[in-house]
Design a protein around this ligand. Structure first.
Ligand code: SF4
Length: 461
């Protein structure tokens, strides 16, 4: 049945699904080793985002702010960038790159970021001879796009700045998109099983920082400047989230002739199979038995749950477009019915995405997809169609809708702060798929018990 794709008609946003573009740029930047981003704007553009990262990951990250005040609106904020960069370089001798992330106010003022970088490059050379640092312009005004486009802009800016032709290697760039550290670990596991030397961008595995005996708990990203430089020399690139890293891979293709496989987030069996097939094709390596077994275990776990507990349950999904589309495909694999998909920004590309049409072609009921949506759309849908949604899947900002309407909710995406350790657990790959199916099942079981709804089934299952 054709999918019903529409834009939210109401003016204004009530309970946004996404945060703003600089959030995506900041998330990509904290994933780079020896890097502290400088957010050029009011303090809140940095502080509120840091707070979200701390809520989600329970870790602190170094992010600087140029901290503009009223005078900058009149005279411009360039001196604040200059002061900010020089202070960072003096205080942190290890820094090798500083992304300069613009915001609503500084894009409106029209501060010349590229010109300021040229001026600063000269100043650093004169005042700090021998100091090697790259300043990277990231333009992320937040009156268009969202955290999704901001992440994409940042990854492209990093690759454009650092990618340099050198000796060709056997590595495969894997652009993960904005996924959790647990997903990155799973991607690295799949690469290791395949015997592939991967260049995972952005590698956030180290976000799970241990507290050491000396009480230090330093959190840093794991993608190095050398990794970014080497992207130009890879055997190929695989993009897992088209809207979050796709343009960086396109740049590598056009500038350095690095082949690109534009894939889907490997959630569910079909999408993980496609990722493994892309890895096998680009590397020329066979799929090992260990992965065939992992796949088999995931299918076994899904079969145990699908028909008995999941069949025909209607699911509302919201979040990043690549995540929502992959989750919807996964739902169909376990007999769940994705019926409402909400995309939280004004990207018309999403509305035209071929994956939505494919989803509609697979089902015999109507799926509604709303772009430029907010969480009020979800609330209204539930209010106007009582009993129509059985499960909500999305980040923690929708928790009150789930609580108020007594609908079981699965936490996925960013930010998830009302359940412990969500960010450590993958939804990607065969093992992530298995874990996701079990998380959904356990959420439903707890709901059955709380509502005394067929909970006796669990005695015999
Ligand atoms: S919406 Fe604009 S002003 Fe508000 S935090 Fe984001 S960048 Fe800053």
């Amino acid at each position: 049945m054709p999918i019903n794709i529409k834009e939210k008609t109401r003016t204004g946003v009530i309970n946004p699904i996404f945060t703003c573009q600089p959030a995506g740029a900041q998330y990509a930047s904290i994933g780079i080793k020896d890097c502290i981003p400088l957010v050029h704007g009011g303090q809140g553009c940095c502080m509120f985002i840091r707070l979200l990262f701390a809520q989600h990951l329970k870790e602190n990250f170094d992010i600087a702010s140029s901290s503009l005040h009223e005078s900058a609106a009149v005279f411009g904020g360039v001196p604040r960038i200059e002061d900010g960069v020089m202070t960072l370089l003096q205080r942190y001798p290890h820094i090798r790159t500083i992304p300069i992330i613009t915001t609503c106010s500084t894009e409106t003022i029209g501060d010349d970021i590229e010109g300021t970088i040229r001026k600063l490059d000269k100043r650093i050379k004169e005042q700090m001879p021998g100091r090697k640092v790259k300043l990277v312009a990231m333009h992320t005004p937040s009156y268009s796009g969202s955290q999704v486009t901001g992440y994409n802009e940042a990854v492209e800016a990093l690759v454009r700045t650092f990618a340099t032709a050198g000796v060709k290697n056997e590595k495969i760039n894997v652009f993960t998109g904005w996924v959790n550290p647990g997903d990155v670990i799973e991607i690295k596991h799949l690469l290791a099983e395949m015997g592939i030397d991967g260049n995972v961008l952005i590698d956030t595995e180290t976000f799970d920082a241990p507290t050491m005996p000396d009480k230090s708990a330093f959190t840093y990203g794991n993608t190095t400047i050398e990794d970014l430089t080497d992207t130009a020399n890879a055997k190929g690139s695989i993009v897992l989230a088209k809207y979050e890293g796709g343009s960086a891979a396109d740049y590598l293709k056009s500038e350095f002739d690095v082949p690109v496989a534009m894939g889907h987030l490997p959630i569910g069996i079909k999408n993980t199979d496609a990722f493994i097939a892309n890895l096998a094709k680009l590397s020329g390596k066979p799929v090992p038995k260990s992965l065939v077994e992992e796949r088999g275990r995931a299918i076994d776990a899904m079969a145990d749950l699908a028909h008995m507990f999941f069949a025909d349950k209607k699911v509302a999904l919201y979040g990043d477009p690549d995540l929502v589309m992959a989750l919807a495909e996964f739902c169909l694999e376990v007999e769940l019915k994705p019926t409402l998909l909400l995309f939280g920004d004004d990207s018309k590309q999403v509305a035209k995405d071929g994956r939505l049409k494919e989803l509609g072609d697979k089902v015999d009921y109507e799926i509604e997809a709303i772009w430029n949506a907010d969480l009020w759309e979800l609330e209204e849908h539930i209010k106007n169609n009582p009993g129509d949604i059985d499960i909500i899947m999305g980040h923690s900002k929708g928790r009150y809708i789930a609580i108020d309407n007594k609908i079981p909710m699965i936490r996925v995406g960013f930010p998830t702060f009302d359940r412990a350790g969500v960010w450590k657990k993958p939804v990607i790959g065969y093992r992530g798929t298995e874990l996701l199916a079990e998380t959904i099942a356990n959420t439903l079981f707890a709901d059955m018990e709380a509502k005394h709804n067929r909970e006796w089934v669990l005695n015999t299952w």
